[in-house]
Design a protein around this ligand. Structure first.
Ligand code: FMN
Length: 191
């Protein structure tokens, strides 16, 4: 495991072009420890609303299969998501619901890390507990600590420049990614 590059994919819960969470996600590759490569997962923006009738009549839409395959092949998954109404944004929840119905569902045993950013003071703390609950049902292995809640994100992220400006935040993210690499080495399922 130690010699192998860890291939981690990131999923952004926001579809917004100027998304703060997407800016954080885009910064991750440069902040990853040696031996960890982070790439963006295939998008969920084209997923239809989940409907078991669709699944049963025409099967899984190609974009769903593509995301499921990418999750299955990855050594770990990082979610960068906003909090909507104290919970998981609808688009992301819909994506998780679709992927969760794919046979041999790909989150089982998968190391997962969570990051959220919000202009509010709690930085999306509540969505992370909602995400953890969904991941429990799917038998994912979610990293407990360090947690990354970027509160008051408009003061820590420059959305015009598309970068994190707060060095302390950068430091916390580096710490989480280093912990995630160790977590994958200890609990990951990929050969
Ligand atoms: C439908 C909706 C619900 C929201 N609910 C919350 C919330 O519960 N907690 C919170 O901290 N921010 C909430 N916000 C504000 C978002 O944190 C803010 O719009 C943030 O910029 C969204 O993330 P993004 O920049 O990555 O798109 C909500 C925004 C929307 C559009």
């Amino acid at each position: 495991m130690a010699d192998k590059t860890l291939n981690v994919i990131s999923i952004c819960g926001s579809l917004r072009k100027g998304s703060y969470n997407r800016i954080v996600m885009n910064a991750l590759l440069a902040l990853a420890p040696d031996g960890m490569k982070i790439t963006e997962a295939p998008p969920f923006s084209e997923f239809p609303l989940y409907n078991a009738d669709t699944q049963n009549s025409t099967g899984f839409p190609a974009p769903v299969q593509k995301l499921a395959d990418a999750i299955r092949a990855a050594d770990g998954v990082i979610f960068n998501t906003p909090e909507y109404n104290f919970g998981i944004p609808g688009g992301l929840k819909n994506a998780i619901d679709w992927v969760s119905r794919v046979p041999n569902q790909p989150f089982a045993g998968k190391p997962v890390a969570l990051q959220s950013a919000s202009p509010g003071p709690l930085g999306g703390g509540r969505v992370q507990y909602d995400m953890r609950r969904a991941m429990v049902f799917l038998d994912a292995m979610t990293l407990n600590k360090p947690e990354i809640f970027i509160g008051n994100c408009t003061q820590r992220i420059d959305d015009k420049a598309g970068k994190i400006t707060d060095e302390a935040t950068v430091g916390f993210i580096k710490q989480q990614l280093a912990a995630f690499a160790k977590f994958i080495a200890a609990h990951g399922t990929q050969p």
